[in-house]
Write a protein that binds this ligand. Structure first.
Ligand SMILES: Nc1nc2c(c(=O)[nH]1)N[C@@H](CN(C=O)c1ccc(C(=O)N[C@@H](CCC(=O)O)C(=O)O)cc1)CN2
Length: 289
């Protein structure tokens, strides 16, 4: 009976994190600055608290400096922007991230755009998205970048393939389309208004799903031999974490698939470290010239 390659994001992310820690140690031996990351959490979202804790722990393990800021849910946007202004000027901080989602009274684009592009290690600033669109990325959104690194790690090339993305969010779907285009795929982005999702999926060699709907994508919609990247992380009432793809049935049909948990999620954090290290190195270069 056919079973798919299970793309082990936990393992690939762990290797990337070890490599980054090695580079940070080498920097320290040369007397160079260690990368510094500021993480801002506004409010009490339970999942966000878990992710922020994981990011701080990952920083500690890689030898980064990290600073964590927790603001109450009713903090004004003005106070958040003032904190970002301070961090933009702080020479020990190379990366700033504001954990999403933000409380409803805040305007995400205004917050994201306040971070100087050189410290936007989430890669969400229009400047960084524009660089990706213009085929010269600098800081790239962590989750789509992590998906590409997973494909690389398993020798799966998007070149010339039909890639179908389900979900057109700013954080995942849209930048993932740019990443796949950069790697030579023919890209289709499906969203809530897409008329015939199943017809689009039927010819997809690579499927990347980020919609936040547990088990929404059924095995019978997928092309035999496809590669499936499941970005969804949904917690069921039972406490179990599942993706947007019906994993158990899909694994019998496709060539390769990411599990949830242990697929894309760990890559998001590893790529955040990678971006922070790159932001730190870019500053070295700027100071040397
Ligand atoms: N400022 C940002 N906000 C958010 C981002 C982001 O990249 N930047 N992405 C998501 C959440 N996220 C990181 O912040 C994230 C999600 C999931 C994981 C992860 O490792 N998941 C594990 C399971 C963890 C669990 O048990 O809950 C897995 O999939 O194996 C890491 C980071 C939204 N907000």
């Amino acid at each position: 009976m056919h079973t798919a390659t299970i793309i082990n994001g936990k393992e690939v992310a762990a290797q990337l994190r070890r490599d980054i820690a090695g580079m940070v140690r080498a920097r320290a031996e040369q007397g160079r600055m260690c990368p510094g990351l500021a993480v801002i959490l506004v409010g009490e979202d339970a999942a966000s608290k878990v992710y922020v804790r994981s990011k701080i722990k990952a920083c500690e393990e890689a030898g980064f400096l990290s600073r964590s800021f927790r603001l109450a849910a009713d903090t004004s946007q003005q106070v958040l922007l003032a904190l970002i202004d301070e961090l933009n000027e702080d020479p020990q901080i190379h990366g700033i991230l504001v954990q999403l989602p933000l409380p409803d009274h805040m305007h995400v684009p205004a917050v994201v755009e306040r971070i100087v592009p050189a410290k936007d290690v989430d890669g969400f600033h229009p400047y960084n998205l524009g660089r990706l669109a213009a085929k010269s990325p600098i800081l790239r959104p962590c989750t789509p970048y992590g998906c590409m690194r997973l494909l690389d790690a398993y020798g799966i090339s998007p070149m010339g393939k039909n890639a179908v993305i389900v979900g057109a969010s700013n954080i995942v779907g849209r930048p993932a389309a740019l990443e796949l285009l950069l790697r030579g795929a023919t890209v289709t982005v499906c969203h809530v208004k897409t008329r015939d999702l199943q017809a689009e999926l039927a010819r997809a060699d690579i499927v990347l799903v980020a919609i936040g709907s547990p088990g929404f994508i059924k095995a019978e919609w997928l092309k035999p031999g496809a590669t499936v990247i499941d970005v969804g992380i949904n917690r069921l009432a039972s406490g179990k974490l599942v993706g947007d793809v019906d994993f158990e049935s899909a694994r019998d049909k496709v060539a390769a698939i990411t599990p949830v948990p242990g697929g894309v999620g760990p890559m998001t954090i590893a790529c955040l470290l990678q971006n922070t290290l790159e932001a730190c190195e870019a500053l070295d270069v700027a100071q040397a010239s």
